[in-house]
Design a protein around this ligand. Structure first.
Ligand SMILES: Nc1ncnc2c1ncn2[C@@H]1O[C@H](COP(=O)(O)OP(=O)(O)O)[C@@H](O)[C@H]1O
Ligand SMILES: [Mg+2]
Length: 357
């Protein structure tokens, strides 16, 4: 799977950009505020239907009109899909091969991962980041996951609303059956994926950080001693008092342990970045092992926070990656100099291909 071509209009500082991408390695160079991160944001939007910088579509809008749009041709084996996403000033819309499409059509067509300087949130901040990370992988490996997850979210919202309105027991418990079936399903899928991560992550952490003994611990969001259905019944008085369902898959957590210690709060910025890279590469390896095409990887500010030795480790890991990669940097990193790649220069929102020998 790779992006053959991408175009954008009125995305942040870009009036227009167009990119004919290399199926393997693409390097985007430019000074500060040139538009490097915005370009990756555009590609990310095409595979994720949302930005990694903001939840406000209006913030992405440039000064050249009242709408923004993005388009890509994605090649997968011998099939080419045309993906589009745009915002018309009030709504975001997705397109697949000329037809209006659901949000989930984008990640289904373009599996895409990001390693960026704020990626350390995945290691350092709340469990929500790790749940999204885990769910992206499950979404791609298990086709039934998305429907179960959506069902769970919907029932949870309804049950919480009934709790807040202090409705009679029957009106609250009416949601318990569907809620618990979907909760168990979501949890089982996540557990399988966390186990697979446990098998793959250690190797990547060893390659990237030189640390052995990596452990992944999955906490499903409620005690494993009890089924979710039973928990909902037992905890009803407490949920009523608190006005919400306080346990469940929405409270799941993925804990990472390196050499016997919790990674959170213990590793340096540079190590965090490489740990995020290891998490991304391990997850991509799981998808590949499941027969999926290698996801596209976006890497923003390649060298930031990494010593030369860490950059070398990073390049060694990326060198073996069978999929497409987009890397941004201020200038050509010495460790990338000999690799076959396509190079682009960006400045003041103008993107050009660099021809070189
Ligand atoms: N909605 C917007 N409209 C116009 N310009 C914007 C918008 N959002 C950000 N910018 C400008 O884009 C530039 C930042 O681009 P960015 O992609 O982050 O640069 P880089 O990653 O190369 O440092 C800043 O100069 C900023 O003012
Ligand atoms: Mg940037």
């Amino acid at each position: 799977m790779h992006i053959r071509q991408a175009r954008g209009e009125n995305l942040r500082l870009y009036q227009k950009f167009e990119l004919q991408a290399n199926p393997r390695l693409n390097l985007i160079l430019g000074p500060n505020a040139a538009g490097k991160t915005s370009l990756l944001e555009g590609l990310y939007l095409l595979g994720r239907a949302k930005s990694f910088r903001t939840s406000e579509s209006a913030e992405i809008l440039g000064p050249y009109g009242s709408s923004w749009s993005l388009f890509a041709e994605v090649e997968n084996e011998d099939q080419v899909d045309r993906l589009g996403v745009g915002w018309n000033g009030s709504e975001q819309e997705q397109r697949l091969n000329g037809e209006k499409a659901r949000t989930s059509a984008l990640p289904k067509t373009l599996a895409l991962q990001l390693i960026d300087p704020v990626g350390h949130r995945l290691v350092e901040e709340g469990p929500g980041y790790r749940r999204s990370y885990l769910d992206w992988g499950v979404f791609h490996v298990e086709p039934s996951f998305y429907a179960a997850w959506q069902r769970y979210q919907r029932c949870l919202r309804q049950r919480n609303q009934a709790l807040r309105q202090n409705l009679p027991k029957a009106a609250i418990s009416a949601w318990d059956e569907e809620l618990s079936v979907s909760a168990e399903q979501v949890s089982e899928s996540r557990r399988r994926h966390a186990e697979a991560l446990g098998q793959h992550l250690g190797e990547w952490v060893e390659t990237l950080l030189g640390i052995s003994d990596t452990r992944v611990e999955f906490l499903q969001g409620w005690s494993t001693d009890i089924g979710y259905r039973k928990l909902l019944e037992d905890q009803l008085p407490q949920h009523r008092r608190l006005g919400g369902t306080t346990q469940g898959p929405h409270r799941a957590e993925l804990k990472l342990w390196l050499a016997g210690q919790r990674a959170k709060g213990r590793v340096s910025r540079g190590q965090q970045k490489l740990l995020v890279a290891a998490l991304v590469l391990a997850q991509c390896a799981i998808l590949i092992a499941a027969g999926k095409p290698p996801p596209v990887i976006l890497i923003d500010d390649f060298g930031a926070e990494l010593s030369l030795a860490y950059q070398q480790r990073f390049v060694r890991a990326l060198n073996d990656y069978p999929g497409q990669i987009f890397i941004t940097a201020f200038e050509l990193p010495a460790v990338l100099q000999k690799l076959p790649l396509s190079m682009f220069h960006v400045e003041h929102g103008s993107l050009t291909k660099v021809e070189y020998e």
